[in-house]
Design a protein around this ligand. Sequence first.
Ligand code: ATR
Length: 277
Amino acid sequence: MTADRYCVVGNPVEHSRSPWIHARFAQLTGQAVQYERLLAPIDGFSGAIQAFRAAGGRGCNVTVPFKFEAFALAGRLSERARLAGACNTLRFDADGTYGDNTDGVGLVRDIVSAGIDLAGRRVLLVGAGGAAAGVLGPLIEARPAVIAIANRTVDKARLLVARHADPARTAGVRLDACALGDAPADQDIVVNATASSLGGDAVPVDARVLRPGTLAYDMMYGTAAQGFLDWARAHGAVGRDGLGMLVEQAAESFTVWRGVQPPTAGVLADLRGLLAA
Ligand code: ATR
């Protein structure tokens, strides 16, 4: 049986763990899937996608910095991709390219698998860039009582709130936008979706946002998440990095392509072991 080809497209892409994760999913589900890395030139995303498709590619994951270009390239979009304004998953169908965004579902599933029920909780989302936009829709669907979005540039948080007003109303979720310094205290769940650690900067909100037992979630993993996790634990919160989100968003992409849901818990445990070795 010839395997169907998929890839992760990015720049850089060498660090990506997606090929490892999807190889495990293929093995566990018995799907004939081959998954590779594709380094696209910064100004050559659509050309790289066209070439991959022409060579028989069936779909791809899209990572930094191409998620917005992937959104523009897709002829059909899922509702969650439309809300996010970005795609991390493309599927090449006979009638064109379908674009989806599985990041938010990945985050929510990982929070649930950490034993946290989001319903009725107070959530603080720190950041209002692409990463935050990618997860807000599915966070709303999990029906917390309130989601406050705190960002250095408050207008970007306001725009995110405005764009999600309809689904928030439908789900009965209050959405607030605020400056970092005005982030509300004593949250149940704090999600760091900023890129501040990449520039070597400190956690951009005050520790009063935490209470003992708060789930403090960084969407990054490895050294990029360490400062946030140390800060959270020093203040009595429960830290969690984004490795589980990475595995869960990959699983949802696999389902979008293959129509089957791969098991994730063992894959996450093995990946954690691999990275710790
Ligand atoms: P990404 O796709 O990773 O979200 P992005 O769209 O550039 O990247 O967004 C980066 C996010 O990190 C933004 O919320 C940004 O705040 P601004 O919107 O004000 O730029 C936030 N961010 C980056 N560096 C930061 C820092 N040093 N302190 C606080 N927030 C920071």
